[in-house]
Design a binder for this molecule. Structure first.
Ligand SMILES: Cc1cc2nc3c(=O)[nH]c(=O)nc-3n(C[C@H](O)[C@H](O)[C@H](O)COP(=O)(O)OP(=O)(O)OC[C@H]3O[C@@H](n4cnc5c(N)ncnc54)[C@H](O)[C@@H]3O)c2cc1C
Length: 380
């Protein structure tokens, strides 16, 4: 068993690392304070092949696999968590289009995402009354001649106001089992009847955009359906399996950035005549965080390796997301503690890491939902 990335994986990792350290680290605080969508940086990431890391070269991707994608996301998240979530959703949408779209759908949209001609792409599943219980969604697509008419709304949609294409889940049958009546549609930016709500004023990830969406008699042609009628819920679950590797990677990245900041501070700051890093109380906290992040990283790469090998990875993806997000939060908490009062003000980056990490235990399935998924698989 090898624990080192292959040459091509290491190349993608190094590309992401050097961009993150050279460009994103310097910008992240400003992007956060101004809540500014990192459009220019996303285009540069697309130029580096990072908007379709696990997508074929024929569709403009890097064709580097799921492990390379996880490694790249960890690096980008170390530089700027907001940029990394936008990148993660773009990659997830591109892969979903490749996996479930027709050749024509993939050709139409995926190169726009991988090239950065689309600033972003979105995943529209959650609604104001349901996130965890996604099968309870109420958005409806009604048959109209050969096409569909979409009505309803979505909540908390990452990049919804910047997306060239949005995958929207809607109920196409009201009778029968909740999950089986859901289908998936591709809605283009500027579609008549598409409404964009206000920017959510978030605790963290402030440079990523989160909006609500509404659909009022939005007409869709027959070929706007992604997958088969009634396949929508299965598509969502498959996409989220992969997406969770992205969020686990993001969490590892944020936690690692917090640990690095804490180590720097522990060497510099003095109390009682010596560096605070000499106090065993702090050394033990830092040792625990380093150990936990290393374990989170391995769990994440294991899930990515299974995905890349075409093996089942639902449980492993949930384990990675659960563990990495919880440990990233702990890493940020420790980093604030090590900084003392300076950890609570915006002079140092750890207060941003702390705010950014918080959502990783919530989106793409809360920690509780990850435990539900793991236990369901265990007890099957
Ligand atoms: C910044 C941000 C970006 C997001 N981006 C997107 C996006 O791009 N696309 C999208 O579709 N969604 C997005 N979401 C939505 C996100 O996925 C949901 O918020 C998340 O799934 C939780 O759903 P909820 O908020 O409805 O919470 P609820 O489902 O109402 O859960 C509330 C609490 O109840 C617990 N709970 C619920 N069910 C169970 C259960 N069965 N067992 C135990 N506990 C349970 C939860 O764990 C949680 O603690 C985003 C959210 C945020 C905050």
């Amino acid at each position: 068993m090898l624990f080192e990335p292959s040459e091509s994986q290491a190349l993608v990792q190094e590309t992401a690392r050097s961009y993150a350290q050279r460009t994103l680290v310097k910008l992240a605080t400003r992007l956060d304070r101004e809540a500014r969508f990192p459009a220019a940086q996303l285009k540069e990431l697309a130029d580096l092949g990072l908007m379709g890391v696990n997508v074929s070269e024929a569709l403009g991707g890097a064709q580097a696999g799921a492990v390379a994608y996880a490694l790249a996301t960890m690096e980008i998240a170390q530089g700027c968590a907001s940029t990394s979530v936008t990148m993660a959703v773009n990659n997830m949408v591109a892969e979903t289009l490749v996996n479930f779209g027709t050749a024509a759908q993939a050709q139409k949209y995926v190169p726009e995402i991988t090239s950065g001609r689309f600033e972003a792409a979105s995943f529209g599943l959650s609604e104001s009354h349901c996130g965890s219980d996604a099968a309870a969604l109420r958005t409806v697509a009604r048959r109209d001649g050969s096409g569909w008419v979409l009505n309803g709304s979505k909540q908390w949609i990452t990049s919804g106001d910047h997306a060239g294409v949005i995958i929207v889940w809607a109920r196409t049958e009201t009778a029968g089992a909740a999950a089986k009546g859901i289908s998936c549609f591709l809605v283009e930016a500027g579609a008549k009847g598409l409404g964009i709500g206000r920017h959510e004023d978030k605790m963290g990830l402030r440079a990523s955009s989160t909006v609500s969406l509404s659909f009022e008699d939005l007409r869709l042609s027959e070929d706007a359906m992604l997958g088969a009628p009634g396949q929508g819920f299965a598509i969502a679950m498959a996409a989220l399996d992969g997406g969770r590797i992205g969020i686990a990677s993001q969490a590892v990245g944020i936690g690692s950035a917090a640990l690095q900041a804490a180590l720097r501070y522990a060497r510099d700051r003095k109390a009682f005549g010596k560096p605070i890093g000499d106090f065993q109380a702090l050394r033990f906290m830092l040792a625990d965080v380093d150990t936990e992040l290393a374990a989170a990283r391995l769990l994440t790469l294991r899930a990515a390796a299974l995905k890349e090998a075409g093996q089942p990875f639902t449980r492993e993806g949930s384990m990675a997301k659960l563990f990495a997000s919880e440990k990233a939060n702990r890493a940020c908490d420790v980093a604030v503690q090590v900084h003392g009062g300076y950890g609570y003000i915006d002079e140092f980056p750890v207060e941003r890491h702390y705010r950014d990490a918080r959502v990783t235990t919530v989106y793409e399935g809360t920690s509780e939902i990850q435990r539900v998924v793991i236990a369901r698989d265990l007890l099957r």
